[in-house]
Design a protein around this ligand. Structure first.
Ligand code: CP
Length: 337
């Protein structure tokens, strides 16, 4: 049983704050576990009958069906990540406690993020799922938490479960990640999704390219091994996987990009240079797939029709998000009785 006042080695090992902590072998074993969950869902309409033996994991002696409590603390808005963690937990037979920062928490009375996390942790949930913008005290607490912590997105730094579900979607659609050429287009510098994807995709043997306006691209020295394209039309023949990213105006500090223009003019201008229109989609390989982590700014990074294009895997990504998050929770709860 993990002690609440000391860090359990299992908690530390099972936490996931950044994909850089995972080896390719560990990522592939998560994918195998997600495959088993998908099969269980097809057979039983649920995940709860997870057969750990099928994926070569020790079957715990203690019953695995005693429901756990997972605390979801989201200090930034979310639809996909929050609800897919919740769905994953419920489909595994566990319980979720969560809070609404905007309407129901004591942060409305001035309580800090750090105090909120410490107080929820004091209730001894079995796992913490946290989305937060970088904060010094949280960065000190989280890696040393006595409870396993999964990042549900950390500022512009990392979004480990998104990158895992993206790679898993590529694997399910294309057979393997190795050898794919993944072009990530858009607001790269502000994107935690891009950072985590660089790590996961290259670790699994894919080539990664990026494209976007100059001010949205990192310096070449910051992204070794990543190919940089400046002209989207010239880049379109390259990828086997096209990943659009949202223009994250909330992280632009007042959006200097507008430069006096109306938001409508800015959106049209961005779309004409870096948006995936139907005409551009025709230049992609017929075997390519199209991804977007969401939420999508329709008419900006994607034309409205793209999400329903036959090569789009946008909703498969969302479905796979439940599998990957369930695989992570199952990994934690198969080891912590
Ligand atoms: N992709 C993603 O993180 O979406 P949400 O912000 O809706 O969770």
């Amino acid at each position: 049983m993990p002690s609440f006042h000391s860090i359990s080695p299992a908690s530390k090992r099972l936490s996931l704050l950044d994909t850089r902590a995972l080896s390719a072998t560990e990522i592939n074993s998560l994918f195998e576990r997600a495959d088993v969950l998908a099969k269980n869902y097809e057979r039983h309409g649920n995940f709860a009958n997870l057969n750990l033996g099928e994926v070569g994991l020790p079957v715990p002696q203690t019953p695995t069906h005693i429901p756990k409590v997972i605390a979801c603390l989201f200090f930034e808005a979310s639809t996909r990540t929050l609800l897919s963690f919740q769905s994953a937990a419920y489909r595994l037979g566990h319980n979720v406690v969560t809070f609404d920062i905007g309407t129901g928490s004591s942060m409305l009375k001035g309580e800090t993020e750090e105090d909120t996390v410490l107080n929820v942790a004091a209730m001894k949930p079995d796992a913490l799922v946290i989305r937060y913008n970088r904060s010094e005290k949280l960065d000190l607490f989280l890696p040393n938490s006595p409870i396993p912590v999964i990042s549900a997105g950390t500022g512009t730094q990392s979004h480990p479960t998104q990158a895992l579900l993206d790679a898993y979607t590529i694997r399910r659609s294309m057979g393997e990640v190795k050898g794919q050429r993944v072009l990530i287009v858009g607001d790269i510098v502000h994107s935690r999704v891009a950072r985590s994807n660089f790590d996961v995709l290259t670790k699994l043997g894919a080539e990664v390219g990026i494209c976007g306006p100059e001010h949205f691209l990192p310096k070449e020295s910051e992204t070794p091994g990543i190919r940089i394209f400046h002209d989207l039309d010239e880049a379109l023949s390259w990828p086997t996987v096209y990943m659009g990213l949202r223009v994250q105006t909330e992280r632009h500090g007042g959006d200097p990009e507008l430069r006096g223009r109306s938001i409508e003019v800015y959106r049209e201008d961005y779309h004409s240079r870096f948006g995936l229109s139907l005409a551009r989609a025709k230049k992609l390989s017929t075997n390519a797939i199209i991804l977007h982590p969401g939420p999508i700014n329709h008419g900006v990074e994607f034309a409205p029709e793209i999400v329903n294009e036959p090569r789009s895997r946008v909703f498969e990504q969302v479905a796979n998000g439940v599998l990957i998050r369930a695989a992570l929770l199952a990994r934690i709860f198969s080891e912590i009785p």
